[in-house]
Design a protein around this ligand. Structure first.
Ligand SMILES: NC(=O)c1ccc[n+]([C@@H]2O[C@H](COP(=O)([O-])OP(=O)(O)OC[C@H]3O[C@@H](n4cnc5c(N)ncnc54)[C@H](OP(=O)(O)O)[C@@H]3O)[C@@H](O)[C@H]2O)c1
Length: 280
């Protein structure tokens, strides 16, 4: 019999910033130790999760991934910040790979200023060093302005509070673009106790309370509600989830998304949705 839960699980991609840097608004533990990363990666393979999201700028995340004995079994998507060719060579060396599945631009500015710069990235694909190319975005206006370029993947933030990119999903699929979403937990913010939020987040406290009540009314925990919201979207190809520990990962891959949960459309100012705009 087909295992329905495995269908949801195979849409999860593992975020790896937490493997190379001390990361996250509620993170008290620091980066994940290498032995634990290996156990997380083993569990991922076991659950049918085959995609890793990483970047040149995630500390030593690529190096740790490269040291994992079964790294070849993953599709690795990495990102460059300034120089696509040089950084991809460094990534491949750290990952101990001859090519990656995806190469994304971490910053869109150079390509917005001069679209011809994208040819450098296209060339890396032509040379077979990456199967797919694309962008990691923060704002819908970036997507609007990059639309005419030739790309295969976009990575965008997407969660119950941040649905700014949702109206582009269908058009992206028609264009043949893979949609990878991040921030299902908004860096962990959506899982925090509303009463313990810093004053900057005062305005979204009621939303966080409402989400807790909603998940209880469906007999689900909040993590399940937040993850299944993304996983159940038919346009989304991969939901990138970051974890600080093996236990968090095990919790996240134990979810059951078979029941639909109707989530209201919350309204939140952009300053709450983009972590680098947080005044904390
Ligand atoms: N392209 C980009 O510009 C960009 C930017 C950011 C991230 N990313 C990628 O996206 C990935 C995810 O990052 P994100 O910022 O989007 O974070 P996220 O997936 O929304 O949240 C991850 C955080 O949620 C918390 N968490 C996860 N599972 C949990 C559980 N079971 N119980 C309790 N807490 C749990 C952990 O933080 P605490 O335990 O610390 O609360 C974890 O660090 C990163 O690893 C990275 O690969 C890309």
């Amino acid at each position: 019999m087909r295992n329905r839960n495995r269908d949801w699980l195979s849409k999860i991609a593992l975020g790896t910033v937490q493997f190379g840097l001390d990361y996250g608004i509620a993170n008290k533990r620091g980066k994940v130790p290498k032995e634990e990363v290996f156990r997380i990666l083993d569990t991922a393979l076991d659950k049918g999760i085959d995609t890793l999201d990483t970047a040149r700028s995630y500390g030593d995340a690529e190096k740790v991934i490269g040291e994992f004995p079964k790294v070849n079994r993953f599709k690795v998507v990495t990102k460059f910040s300034e120089n696509p060719q040089e950084e991809l060579f460094q990534s491949l060396k750290a990952l101990r790979q001859s090519k990656v599945y995806g190469l994304l631009a971490h910053k869109t500015e150079p390509f917005l200023q001069n679209p011809n710069e994208w040819n450098k990235v296209l060339r890396l694909k032509e040379e077979g060093l990456t199967e797919r190319i694309g962008f990691s975005l923060y704002f819908p206006w970036e997507l609007e302005r990059l639309w005419e370029l030739d790309f295969d993947i976009v990575q965008v933030p997407y969660n119950v509070l941040d649905r700014r990119f949702e109206s582009y999903f269908q058009k992206l699929k028609e264009k043949g673009v893979e949609i990878h979403t991040r921030s299902a937990f908004l860096q962990g913010l959506l899982l925090m106790d509303p009463d313990k939020l810093r004053p900057f987040f005062e305005d979204i406290r009621p939303v966080l309370r409402d989400l807790r009540t909603l998940s209880k009314s469906y007999g689900k925990d909040l993590k399940t509600l937040l993850l299944c919201f993304c996983l159940r979207n038919p346009y989304v190809d991969k939901v990138i989830v970051g974890v600080d520990s093996l236990s968090q990962f095990i919790e996240n891959v134990s979810i059951d998304c078979s029941k639909e949960i109707e989530v209201p459309r919350y309204i939140a100012e952009e300053k709450f949705l983009v972590p680098f705009m947080w005044e904390i």
